[in-house]
Design a protein around this ligand. Structure first.
Ligand SMILES: Cc1cc2nc3c(=O)[nH]c(=O)nc-3n(C[C@H](O)[C@H](O)[C@H](O)COP(=O)(O)OP(=O)(O)OC[C@H]3O[C@@H](n4cnc5c(N)ncnc54)[C@H](O)[C@@H]3O)c2cc1C
Length: 356
């Protein structure tokens, strides 16, 4: 009989981890407290590249670039097999001042990223995007086709034990889910799920708010970034403007203050948006981690509990690579990159309340 895995949390990281295990012959169950793909992975912008990557460590960029490189084939397969188009497109990213030109160009050269300075802005023609809600719908349909069991509206309870071997994970309504291996991919909620006994992670939710506009298609053709603000044009003329990074706990409220701030920045960057109505305003909770470095590792106190979380601002970009790393680790294969950079923090933290 195939080994069984329970993946806890059905965002982009959990879906792709479930897929990586199913492709290795595991019998996989994916459980989510809501519907698959409706939290941070739904709320994000879908830029498949770190913003100002030269400000991040190699461990962040290695995972992000490896993840981004897997998207063309993944999205093509999703479209072919599910009929749902994640709208992968290489729309390019234009970075406007201020940024350090020499540092940026050197980083691009060292990482084989095509870059050009045009009118004082940095033009990155290869940067791509995907449309989050469609990506998540396609992933859900694809997992079902691949035989992954999807359980929705099942809230797993925090682990009650400190260490050892897990034989089952219990839901808040008392159901027991047995498996040979357990994978925690619950995004911003992950630290809490490790419970009060086991070592936890120094991760916490970081709210991001976003605005949606609609113009005629092609008014804006490339993604634009300027001083921690971006515009992302979709194929049909929708434009996303984001985002805030707020340390407010598990509060997904959208605020008038953030809407004002984002609208002012949007109008500065693209005057055509001054008169455009705001169609939607939403927020999501990123899994915030120190320096944006996720944990992709076995929990040091359990022999069959694995972690894949903490991807903070770049979870969509990193997820395909992150899932492959964890899949290889669980299957005992040689991973495509060194996983030591994503180890469980040496001491962990005693509870889930530590800060980013
Ligand atoms: C405004 C915004 C813009 C962003 N832009 C980008 C971008 O352009 N590019 C990029 O790469 N990244 C971006 N991100 C970050 C990216 O969205 C996240 O890093 C990524 O979605 C994290 O994925 P995840 O699967 O870990 O978490 P999530 O998508 O949040 O999934 C976690 C899942 O776990 C489930 N869960 C939680 N607790 C339990 C429980 N007890 N039992 C069962 N299930 C549970 C939740 O319901 C949820 O579905 C953005 C995020 C935001 C908010």
């Amino acid at each position: 009989m195939n080994s069984r895995a329970l993946v806890v949390g059905g965002g982009v990281v959990g879906c792709l981890t479930a897929l990586a295990l199913a492709e290795r012959g595991w019998q996989v169950t994916l459980a989510d407290q809501g519907r698959v793909g409706e939290e941070s992975s739904w709320a994000g912008g879908g830029i498949l590249f770190p913003l100002l990557p030269w400000n991040y460590s190699e461990s962040v960029n290695r995972l992000a670039l490896a993840g981004a490189a897997r998207y063309p084939a993944l999205c093509q397969q999703l479209l072919q097999e599910t009929g749902i188009d994640p709208q992968y497109q290489v729309s390019g990213l234009r970075i406007l001042p201020k940024f350090d030109t020499d540092t940026a160009l050197l980083w691009c050269q060292l990482h084989n990223v095509t870059a050009e300075i045009k009118n004082q802005s940095l033009w990155l023609p290869q940067v791509a995007q995907a449309r989050n809600p469609r990506l998540m719908q396609a992933l859900r349909a694809f997992l079902l086709k691949r035989g992954v069991e999807i359980l929705e509206h099942i809230t797993l309870a925090p682990l009650p034990t400190k260490n050892g071997h897990l034989s089952a994970w219990q839901s808040l309504d008392g159901r027991r889910f047995e498996a040979d291996a357990f994978v925690l991919t619950a995004g911003a909620w992950s630290s809490n799920l490790l419970g009060a006994q086991a070592l936890s992670l120094p991760f916490k939710p970081m709210r991001g708010q976003m605005l949606l506009y609609k113009l005629a298609p092609d008014v804006l053709q490339n993604m634009l970034y300027c001083e921690d603000f971006y515009l992302i044009p979709r194929r049909d003329g929708y434009i996303l403007a984001g985002s805030t990074v707020e340390d407010v706990g598990f509060d997904k409220t959208t605020t008038a203050e953030a809407a004002r701030h984002l609208a002012v920045r949007a109008a500065e960057l693209l005057p055509a948006l001054i008169k455009a109505p705001i169609i939607k305003h939403w927020s999501g909770l990123r899994p915030g981690s120190p320096d944006n470095v996720p944990v992709i590792a076995r929990h040091p106190q359990f022999d069959n509990l694995y972690i894949n979380t903490g991807h903070f601002r770049y979870g969509v970009t990193m997820a395909p690579a992150s899932a492959q790393l964890l899949g290889a680790l669980i299957a005992g294969e040689k991973p495509f990159a060194d996983v030591s950079a994503y180890a469980f923090p040496q001491q962990g933290v005693a509870s889930a309340s530590s800060s980013v």
